[in-house]
Design a protein around this ligand. Structure first.
Ligand SMILES: Cc1ncc(COP(=O)(O)O)c(C=O)c1O
Length: 411
C-alpha cells in the first residue's frame, strides 16, 4: 500500500522550468492512490471528512482536506496550480467563465464610494458591467484610452482603487504598456488588473511587469478547443486568499471539475499551439494586407500596427488575433458568412478552428462602450465603421488563405 496521504495536493515543478514543461507537468503529480500519470477527473461534489471538519470555507485552513466542490476540488486545484505556474504566480482561482472571474474581481476590489479606471475598449460584457452595474453599486468609473499612460494619470482620483486594462484589447487589438500602468496605478494607491486573454502567458507575464492580478477567459487560447467555458484570476496568495474565501465561494461562480479537466488537457499543448497560431496569423495578415478588397489590417506582429514597437517589447508571441476592414462591412459579412467553407463564421476566439466575425464598431463604441464624442472620434480613425475579427486557427495557412480568397471572389 502507498503511504502517500489521500488527497495529496500536487506541487509546482521548479519555477525555473520552461513554459512547455510547466504546461505539461505543473500541478499534475501522478495520482498517489492509482499512480495514474494523467490527471484524474474528480466529479464528486462532496468528500468524506473527519467528525471535527470545519463547516465553513472561512474556517478552513490551507491544508484542509477536500470537503465540498464549491470550496475546492482536486481537479480544479490541479488546473489552478498549472495556471499559477504559467503566470509565475503564487496562486490562481478558477471560475465558471472569464466573465465570472472578471465580475468577481470587480466586486471584490471595489466598494461603494470607490473609483475605478477601466480601459475604454474591453470585452463587451465587461464594458457593460463597468458602465451599468458598478455605478448602481455606488462605484464610479472612468473609461480611459489606456494606450496613452497620460490618460490614466489624468483619470486617477484619491478614491481610485483599481486600474483595469486589456492588452491586446478585444476587438480592436490596441495595446497598453503594462509596466507603465503598474507604476501609475501603484503611485496613485490603486491595484492593477490585466485581462491577458488575447496575449496568454506565451506572450506576456503581466505579474512580472508589476500587475497585481491577471485575468483569463480560459474559454479561449488556454483551453484552446472551443469546448469548455472557464475563467481565472491569478496573483499573490495575499490578494487571492480573500477573493477565494469571501467572494468566489459565496458568489459561487466556480469552475466545474469536468471543464477544469478539459482545460488542463488543452493547456498541455498551449505553448506549441501559440507558436502555430502566431505563424498562421502572420501569414494570413500579410496576405490580407496586400489584398485589394481589404482597406486595413491590424495585427501586433505586423510593422504596420501603430504599436508594433510596444508589441515587440511586451509580447514574446503576437498571438493569433487579426482584425481587418472591408468597405461596406455588413454586406461583406453576409457574403463571407455564406461562402467561407473552412473558416467558421462565429463569435469567440482562441480555438484550434479558425473563427471570423464582423463587429459594427460604430454601434459597439457608442451603445456598448458608451464612449463620449472625443473618444469616439479618436477610435473611428483607428477602427472605421466596423471590423472583421479573425481568430486564426491551427489549420494549414494555405487552406485558410484559399478559403478567404474564394469567399472574397463573391464580394
Ligand atoms: C478579452 C476577454 N475577456 C473576457 C472574456 C469573457 O470570457 P468568457 O466568455 O469565458 O466569460 C472574453 C470573451 O470573449 C474576452 O474576449
Amino acid at each position: 500500500m502507498s503511504t502517500t496521504p489521500k488527497f495529496a495536493i500536487p506541487t509546482h515543478p521548479s519555477s525555473a522550468a520552461g513554459l512547455r514543461t510547466l504546461a505539461i507537468h505543473a500541478g499534475e503529480d501522478p495520482d498517489p492512490i492509482t499512480h495514474a500519470s494523467s490527471p484524474n477527473l474528480v466529479m464528486s461534489t462532496t468528500f468524506t471528512v473527519d467528525a471535527d471538519a470545519a463547516f465553513s470555507a472561512e474556517a478552513m485552513g490551507d491544508e484542509s482536506r477536500w470537503v465540498y466542490t464549491r470550496w475546492g476540488n482536486p481537479t480544479v486545484h490541479q488546473l489552478e496550480l498549472k495556471l499559477a505556474a504559467l503566470e509565475g504566480a503564487d496562486t490562481a482561482v478558477a471560475f465558471g467563465s472569464g466573465m465570472a472571474a472578471l465580475f468577481t474581481l470587480l466586486v471584490h476590489t471595489l466598494k461603494s464610494g470607490d473609483h475605478a479606471v477601466i480601459s475604454d475598449v474591453t470585452y463587451a460584457a465587461l464594458s457593460e458591467s463597468a458602465n451599468e452595474i458598478l455605478p448602481e453599486l455606488g462605484i464610479s468609473v472612468t473609461r480611459a484610452d489606456t494606450s496613452d499612460p497620460e490618460n490614466v494619470c489624468r483619470a486617477l482620483t484619491p478614491r481610485t482603487r483599481l486600474v483595469h486594462i486589456e492588452t491586446p484589447c478585444n476587438p480592436l487589438l490596441r495595446l497598453t504598456d503594462i509596466a507603465a500602468m503598474a507604476e501609475i496605478a501603484h503611485a496613485g494607491g490603486a491595484l492593477l488588473s490585466v485581462d491577458s486573454t488575447f496575449a496568454t502567458p506565451a506572450a506576456t507575464r503581466p505579474l512580472a511587469l508589476g500587475a497585481d492580478f491577471v485575468v483569463h477567459s480560459l474559454t479561449k487560447y488556454l483551453g484552446g478547443h472551443g469546448d469548455a467555458l472557464g475563467g481565472a484570476i491569478i496573483g499573490s496568495d495575499k490578494l487571492l486568499r480573500d477573493i477565494r474565501r469571501k467572494t468566489a465561494l459565496r458568489a459561487g461562480g466556480v469552475l466545474s471539475p469536468f471543464n477544469a479537466w478539459l482545460i488542463l488537457r488543452g493547456l498541455a499543448t498551449f505553448p506549441l499551439r501559440m507558436r502555430a497560431h502566431e505563424e498562421n496569423a502572420l501569414k494570413v495578415a500579410a496576405w490580407l494586407e496586400q489584398n485589394s478588397h481589404v482597406t486595413r489590417v491590424l495585427y501586433p506582429g505586423l510593422p504596420s500596427h501603430p504599436q508594433h514597437a510596444l508589441a515587440r517589447r511586451q509580447m514574446r508571441n503576437f498571438s493569433g488575433m487579426v482584425t481587418f476592414q472591408i468597405p461596406n462591412g455588413p454586406a461583406a459579412a453576409r457574403v463571407l458568412a455564406e461562402h467561407l467553407h473552412v473558416i467558421h463564421y462565429a463569435v469567440s476566439l482562441g480555438h484550434h478552428r479558425s473563427l471570423l466575425f464582423y463587429l459594427g464598431t460604430n454601434d459597439l463604441l457608442q451603445t456598448t462602450f458608451k464612449l463620449d464624442p472625443p473618444q469616439l472620434a479618436s477610435w473611428r480613425t483607428y477602427a472605421g465603421d466596423g471590423i472583421f475579427r479573425f481568430s486564426v486557427g491551427l489549420e494549414d495557412p494555405e487552406d485558410l488563405i484559399a478559403d478567404l480568397d474564394q469567399a472574397f471572389s463573391h464580394l
